[in-house]
Design a protein around this ligand. Structure first.
Ligand SMILES: NC(=O)c1ccc[n+]([C@@H]2O[C@H](COP(=O)([O-])OP(=O)(O)OC[C@H]3O[C@@H](n4cnc5c(N)ncnc54)[C@H](OP(=O)(O)O)[C@@H]3O)[C@@H](O)[C@H]2O)c1
Length: 314
């Protein structure tokens, strides 16, 4: 009897990781889910391990014990202020961890997928192709660039790094994704002030999970290296907010306050990236998973658990 392929998944409690866990399990992987502080269930996990991923020795011990067929690194400290508040810890998770996982993957011959971000660009020259020069505007983005380089160095024969856009979809906490953050603002009685001149190319974490699991199933040379993945259409933050509101039959004009970046310009404040539209060639042409339209993403969204009283009580 052949055994199921084993997937070691870090960040399994996060927005992307939790969706990878359920998708991979559905497609036949035994998912060994690594969490940090999260203490709930991880749907799809065959086993849950609580590990501080800043502890390099603990990561190596677990990875060698699991001896995985594939490793997906969906762990990160991805809030810029959090990275800047503790640069050593964010370096350990955002840079040292992917480097270690890449080394282990190379050692055991496992497929390795690492996640990076649109944030590596400054937003002045979109749409961006994976080969375009990066211009990381903050510490988080600089750490992502460093991680990309280390993955390419340590896992040249098994690794792929995928830069992701702003993400929608449903998380386990209900507080992580694009629509979940909007709902939290609205449920707190506030309007969302959103820029008409800030362009992103969002897709759902569920769509990202399908792409990642497909890449776990493939080991060919064409799917190694550095790639972009995003939704099918660039769209402004203001338009996103309005379409999310309308999708849930909420009054967009009441809940979304549209603005231009110049309206809020503050001396000395770092500029926000005007457009982070991503050119997803060649990856989009290599795999079966399709880039998702904004409308298709909306269809997947659920009212976040913490906002149900507000939403259904309106
Ligand atoms: N969300 C986006 O819009 C977006 C956009 C572009 C790129 N990305 C990238 O996509 C990847 C996944 O992002 P995400 O939004 O899914 O992240 P997320 O929701 O913030 O989840 C982060 C995960 O990392 C884990 N983690 C962090 N530090 C840890 C530690 N020291 N030990 C153990 N676990 C630790 C967390 O575990 P606990 O919660 O259990 O502690 C959580 O599972 C990241 O590489 C991110 O940079 C995300």
């Amino acid at each position: 009897m052949t055994r199921s392929p084993r997937l070691l998944l870090t960040g399994a409690s996060g927005l992307v990781g939790s969706n990878v866990a359920s998708t991979a399990a559905r497609r036949g992987f035994d998912v060994i889910a690594v969490v940090g502080r999260f203490d709930g269930a991880i749907p799809g996990a065959a086993r849950v391990e609580r590990v501080d991923l800043a502890d390099d020795a603990a990561v190596r011990t677990l990875a060698l014990e699991v001896f995985p067929d594939a490793i997906v690194n969906a762990a990160a400290i991805s809030e810029v202020p959090q990275c800047e508040a503790d640069p050593a810890r964010s370096h350990a998770v955002n840079v040292a961890l992917p480097a270690t996982l890449a080394q282990v993957a190379h050692h055991v011959g496992a497929r390795f997928l690492h996640l990076s971000s649109e944030q590596v660009f400054d937003g002045t020259r979109a749409p961006y192709h994976p080969s375009d020069l990066v211009a990381p505007p903050n510490l988080y983005a600089r750490q992502k660039v460093e991680s990309e380089q280390l993955v390419a160095r340590f896992a040249p024969e098994t690794g792929a790094t995928i830069r992701l856009p702003l993400l929608g979809g449903n998380s386990l906490t209900g507080r992580r994704s694009l629509h979940e953050r909007l709902f939290m603002t609205w449920a707190a009685g506030k309007r969302a002030r959103l820029y008409r001149d800030e362009i992103r190319q969002p897709c759902s974490a569920e769509n990202v999970a399908e792409m990642i699991v497909e890449l776990c199933e493939r080991h060919d040379a064409a799917t190694r290296g550095l790639f972009h993945w995003a939704g099918a259409e660039p769209i402004s933050r203001a338009e996103m907010g309005r379409r999310v509101a309308r999708h849930f039959n909420l009054p967009a004009d009441e809940l979304v306050e549209e603005a231009g970046q110049a309206d809020d310009a503050r001396p000395g404040a770092p500029p926000r990236q005007p457009s982070l539209a991503l050119d997803c060639a060649p990856l989009a042409g290599l795999i079966k998973t399709r880039q998702e339209s904004f409308d298709a993403m909306l269809e997947r969204l659920a009212v976040p658990p913490g906002c149900r009283d507000w939403y259904f009580g309106r």
